[in-house]
Design a protein around this ligand. Sequence first.
Ligand code: GLU
Length: 422
Amino acid sequence: MEIQAKEKINTYQVAQGRVRRAVEQLELPDDVYEWLKSPDCLVECGIPVEMDNGKIRVFTGYRAQHNNVLGPYKGGIRFHPDVDADETKALSIWMTFKCAVARVPFGGGKGAIQVNPRELSLKELERLSRQYVQALAPVLGPEKDIPAPDVNTNAQIMAWMTDEYCKIRQHNDFGVFTGKPLDMGGCVGRETATARGTFYAVREAARVKNLDLEKCTAAVQGYGNVGYYAALFLHQAGCRIVAVNDTSGGAYNPAGLDPVALKEHKNETGSVTGFPGSEKLTTAELYAMDCDIIVPAALENQITPEVARTVQARIIGEGANGPTTPEGDKVLNEKGVLTVPDILANSGGVIVSYFEWVQNNYNYYWPEAQIEDRLQRKMMEAFSHIYNYHCDCSEGTTMREAAFMYALKRLAEAMKVRGWWG
Ligand code: GLU
């Protein structure tokens, strides 16, 4: 079975549909939907880069600033050949709701560059990152809009971007980006934060489902930063990782895969496929796996209704943004699968970004144990708020709908008190 092609689903319409549904479920006026259906601002720019061969190539870049009622716009920047304005806008909507769920004082934003970073040399990548900031500096700032890493971006890219911003401003202003290296105002534990948060969310989901993690099996789609660390944390908690896949294949071993050895194999060969002792598997086979937990940690629109019908797992912890389509959601819910939605399950990244930003603002840095403890507490709080809210909702309400309603309540109240509607 083939997974439905990504192009067939417009992620922006999906995100707008989720907002619309939450507005209706809470019986809020249309004015609230008007505010939240599209970003406050979308910048689309050409980014000229001198390539190593001396020729100029102009890449397309975006920054969507969705809503800032709760604080400055916040959200990652992704480098991917398939990004477009609609995807960026959708992801910015998700960030607004994610920050409201996590109760961090940020709004939502997202950035993207249409590029396959694997085709660029390190120097070209640096020039591209710096040029992006040259184009966007006027709309960024620690009190305005604070980007961070996302798909295919990392601490090094944040370092180049922060450095470029500081040069433009002519002073160090590290709070403008999060996810930076430790030597320039980064926060210990930021790299693992999204996956650590996903792990806590899955652990809480297992608890309410009366499942013992030590007896559970899990499959992980995607083996980048989130997929790898999610597999590692689950493995460390005693859960058996039976299947993992990435863009170029997959690895299946019912006796369990060692996440660290698998990562080394991927680093050496470029893929998880061919890992000693494992069999190949497709994404469709991964989702149909006889296991307890699935962590989608790749791109959007993976769990379509067709895929959802094959799911045997009891918990899905969305490490990725938007991995489940609305119809896919319905099928999972009817089957009794507990889906911990992206805006809750992957909020660990932005939570630790918030810690990083606070530390930058104060120029005072916390020890690692404090970061981990605060992240754990915030994730558990967010999970229990959403889970309890979900239990109080009418039957058939999904965890995702509950999370959107919970966030929307906060957003609508803040907008009302500021006089934006009502
Ligand atoms: N890119 C991450 C996300 O989608 C982190 C965003 C941030 O830290 O601002 O949640």
